[in-house]
Design a protein around this ligand. Sequence first.
Ligand code: UDP
Length: 375
Amino acid sequence: MQKNIAIVGAGFSGAVIANQLAKAGYTVEIFESRPHIAGNCHSERDAETGVMVHIYGPHIFHTDIERVWEYVNRYSRFMPYVNRVKAITNNSVYTLPINLLTINQFFGKTFRPAEAQAFLASLGDKSIENPVTFEDQALRFVGRELYEAFFKTYTVKQWGMQPTELPASILKRLPVRFNYDDNYFAHKYQGMPEDGYTALVEKIIDVPGITVHLNTRFDPAQKGDYAHVFYSGPIDAWFNHAEGRLPYRTLDFEVFRDTGDYQGNAVINYCDDSQPYTRITEHKHFSPWEKHEKTLMYKEYSRQCEEKDIPYYPIRQARDKQQLERYVNVAREEPNVTFVGRLGTYRYLDMDVTINEALMTADKFLECAKGNERM
Ligand code: UDP
């Protein structure tokens, strides 16, 4: 009898690979240790307020990748949503990412774009030619005052370490704009799945040939029962943490409810140390096409991930690199197993990149299988 394909994890990576393989005629079993699909994108309607809640924190879909946008739109209607983030620091409210309004408000100026650009260049530390750390990157491009107001404390709260210990790549996620554009993302497409992410993932795996086992841990010892395993769990867990635990940050959410509009925006960051949390998210504003009297908020706290916690952000400090490399090397030698996604490859991935990589992984697998048939 022909063996099935096993997919570990029902997040975007697992769901997309399952979808592509099942459509090509494979029989696929998905093993998900949690009681729901969609991984950390899981969304659920709150019974008390009726608000669609991003259970593991906000997820905003944005992409420049045509194939990915076209793919997700096949499985859900995407509603217009633009993420506009406000930031509170030193008792004032600003716009993030740093744009012309932020600069003018912060420095009490009325600069036009070129003036603001020249001004910021004069504040940047030009002695830092090749920024390696988060702090270098900030000092080089925005100077000390903006760095300390918006990035330094927030980053310590978020990552639990000094920005001198973190890579520049983390800050490179955020643009600096010399106009009044306050869209947090610069991508061509942005939106929210109309019925939430779990409904989207449900549709993606609704293909004949796919079975989902919830509340079921996949033991690596079972791999011989399957023709191939796609594993989107933590790479170190597959190898029983033989090289030690890869470090992650996890998030705690303090949920509270109110009536009306609590903060007037989906996301407000708390960039100074006036509050211990990094941000407050008000979930009904992520679905602006829905109307709710009541409202639900998350205060978001970040901390070191312990064994029992859900991993969120891979830390990827320079000193973890060798440990990761050892895992990557053994993973390469693991026959008939492909490691995918944020946890499987230990990278800080956005949803669109995750989906794109899953599509490419499935393409490659199907091409190889075709090649083997021809041989
Ligand atoms: N960041 C910051 N202040 C903010 C927002 C972000 O210092 O108000 C830093 C922080 O270190 C964060 C990084 O910029 O990890 C990237 O921000 P992004 O919004 O991409 O983080 P996400 O919430 O998507 O993880």
